[in-house]
Design a protein around this ligand. Structure first.
Ligand code: ZN
Length: 208
């Protein structure tokens, strides 16, 4: 009879459970132990919960797209922010990733529009302006009516390089360019900035 575990020293576990552990451990911030804990949790949880989780994961891929105006992730185009007439259409806040919008919205003090670059300039990783939504930003700005562009890229090297590049590109258009880095410690990823720090950084934003 063929043994399931040819190696007598191998830990005898289910390949099906292992597959789930492997998939979970590919997620950011999930180490092998956490992946194992989650897998065994799901094994014990009601089938309905697993089904809902699986469906939510699939629908985030199948039912969302990027807003054709600001490139935020959205279920409908244009996105809820671009579609909202209560928003200040004379200001655009430029962020690296869609998830950077969330902490800025939580502060409740910014009422303008956004533009998601989908990355930052990083020569070492081969990321230049052409790989980002820079051309699309310039088209929006050239359409007129903009008073201010707030550069809210991360305060790390790539984010600063990107802010500098954009400020040089935008300033000749006669639009006020501000940066909210002041008050945010160097190396801050916007996604993880707390509300109070971010509120101060927004209120105290300065000309580049
Ligand atoms: Zn949008």
């Amino acid at each position: 009879m063929k043994s399931l575990n040819a190696n007598p020293n191998a830990i005898p576990t289910s390949p099906t459970v292992n597959r789930l552990v492997d998939e979970l451990s590919k997620l950011p911030g999930i180490g092998p132990k956490s992946a194992q804990r989650l897998a065994y949790y799901l094994l014990r949880a009601p089938e309905e919960q697993s089904r809902q989780l699986a469906e939510a994961i699939l629908s985030v891929k199948q039912e969302t797209s990027l807003c054709t105006a600001c490139f935020n992730v959205t279920d409908a185009d244009p996105c809820l922010i671009c579609r909202n007439d209560q928003r200040d259409r004379t200001r655009i806040c430029v962020v690296e990733q869609p998830q950077d919008i969330l902490p800025l919205e939580r502060t409740g003090i910014y009422k303008g529009l956004y533009h998601v670059l989908h990355g930052a300039i990083s020569p070492t990783e081969g990321m230049g302006p052409d790989n980002l939504k820079v051309r699309e930003l310039m088209v929006r700005l050239q359409n007129g009516g903009m008073v201010e562009v707030i550069l809210a890229t991360n305060t790390n090297l790539e984010g600063e390089q990107t802010a500098l590049y954009l400020s040089r590109l935008i300033s000749p258009l006669g639009i006020r360019v501000t940066r909210l880095a002041r008050g945010l410690p160097f190396g801050t990823e916007l996604e993880y900035a707390d509300d109070v720090t971010l509120t101060h950084a927004l209120e105290g934003r300065q000309e580049v």
